[in-house]
Design a binder for this molecule. Structure first.
Ligand code: PXG
Ligand code: PLP
Length: 438
């Protein structure tokens, strides 16, 4: 496809600087393993697993075959009052990967839909139990929970919220966990900040626990700049939730499926939530799919009343879509065959060391890591926030490397199949770009 500007007009691109893009389009046309190809035939190293989702790398034969076969066998099956075998099989397989107790799976089509589903489930759960006053939802500053109204309401990114009116009522936020003064350049989990969880006690004192349904946090905040939970923080949040009967929701859309070194961050950090949202790596990014994974006790609470009646009035036309289920099953097979759900743990030290070698490059003010996630925070250009990082993103693209930036933080989340040579290439390219941008 040519870069003829008029042919690019009709597509209003998501989360994109549309005018900048259409002046100099970046078009991806093929992908395999660790690499994309662009429309000019250039090879581009994928430093971010597509968008934190292609955890097994691109074009995996098992997954491709499964999707092709499924399209020819059963293209669609209505998900309401009907089922198809692969939906049950995928749910059963997922329930074996998750922490004990988290074994009831509700399918959606994205992370954003998973978040809406989990928030509704939490409020309805309390109501079914006879605590209908528990409707308040608590998020966290600098949280990202997708783009639907519930998700931006509990989310904590001002740009995603300020344009969209009054949002959902009855939402509040605990403070974020970022503390550069005490924790800059920490390898892995920061030592300081477990006490930030006590901010939940402040909100309980303000609103009373009897009005609070749930707290939702990302175990590792990705989109807001790779914020690693301080040691002890998540456990403290769990304890406070337990004390007050508040459900704890982990949004594992990014951290799920091996990103932090275990199948789920709940396992990496040893803290089990009541509800977990996933998407992205569930199908290796190949077909849109998400899920909410609920504690059995939450599911069972709904299973009352006359048996012919629907227990939870919620669902999507494409919940458990056959193509997504086929892709999901083949993805779990691929993860298992290649040992990918724990590979980030064995690569973590090498990746961290490579990242930290950028410490003394120009304008680097912090480096953060866990598993195969890295964040490199830059000093913003005076009066032009986000510009320095975006310029480095463009430079890296020119040099054949795809990275992500959010504000002035560079985020790396490569496919979990990454080898040492790829790590070296990512770091060398970034180093050169940082020097050029100085
Ligand atoms: N929750 C979390 C924690 C996410 O990271 C979503 C929900 C929403 O998922 P969907 O599938 O509706 O996009 C996400 C998605 C970035 C970036 O650059 C991250 C996401 C999406 C877009 C960009 O970090 N994460
Ligand atoms: N809008 C209308 C008019 C619909 O009929 C439906 C579903 O039937 C939806 C929205 C929701 O679509 P989905 O189930 O794909 O989320």
């Amino acid at each position: 496809m040519s870069a003829d500007a008029s042919r690019l007009d009709a597509y209003w691109m998501p989360f994109t600087a549309n005018r900048q893009f259409k002046q100099a389009p970046r078009l991806l046309t093929r992908a395999d393993g660790m690499f994309f190809r662009d429309d000019k035939g250039r090879e581009v190293l994928d430093g971010i697993a597509g968008l934190w989702c292609v955890n097994a790398g691109h074009n995996r034969p098992r997954i491709v075959q499964a999707i092709q076969n499924q399209a020819a066998e059963l293209d669609f099956a209505p998900p309401f009052q009907m089922g198809h075998p692969k939906a049950f099989e995928l749910a059963d397989r997922l329930a074996r990967l998750t922490p004990a107790g988290l074994n009831r799976i509700f399918f959606t089509n994205s992370g954003s839909e998973s978040v809406e589903t989990a928030l509704k489930m939490a409020i309805a759960y309390h109501r079914v139990r006879g605590e209908g006053a528990r409707t308040r939802l608590i998020g966290r500053e600098r949280g990202y929970h997708g783009v639907n109204f519930g998700g931006i309401s509990v989310g904590g990114m001002v740009a995603n919220r300020k344009m969209f009116g009054s949002l959902l009522a009855g939402v509040d936020h605990i403070r974020h966990t970022h503390d550069a003064a005490r924790n800059a350049f920490t390898v892995g989990q920061p030592a300081h900040g477990a006490e930030f969880a006590d901010d939940l006690e402040r909100l309980v004192a303000l609103h009373d626990a009897s009005t609070i349904a749930a707290v939702i946090v990302e175990p590792v905040a990705g989109s807001t700049g790779v914020l690693i939970p301080p040691q002890g923080y998540l456990q403290r949040l769990r304890d406070i939730c337990d004390k007050h009967g508040i459900l704890l929701i982990f949004d594992e859309v990014i951290t799920g499926f091996g990103r932090t070194g275990q199948p789920f961050a709940a396992q990496t950090f040893g803290v089990t939530p009541d509800l977990m949202t996933v998407a992205k790596g569930l199908t290796n990014g190949c077909v849109p799919m998400g899920a909410v994974i609920a504690q059995q006790k939450i599911h069972d609470t709904f299973m009352t009343g006359p048996e012919h009646l629907i227990e939870f009035f919620h669902g999507y036309t494409y919940s458990a879509h056959p193509l997504a289920c086929a892709a999901g099953l083949a993805t779990l097979d691929t993860y298992a065959e290649d040992g990918l759900l724990t590979r980030a743990a064995s690569m973590e030290a090498e990746f961290a060391q490579a990242l930290l070698s950028l410490r003394d490059e120009p304008n680097v003010i912090d480096i953060r890591n866990i598993g195969l996630v890295g964040g490199i925070e830059l000093k913003p250009l005076d009066g032009q926030p986000a510009k320095r990082a975006f310029d480095i993103f463009l430079d890296c693209w020119d040099q054949g490397l795809l990275i992500r930036t959010t504000g002035d933080t560079i985020a790396l989340s490569p496919p979990l199949i990454i080898e040492s040579g790829h790590i070296a290439r990512i770091i060398d390219t970034l180093r050169a770009a940082l020097r050029r941008a100085a």
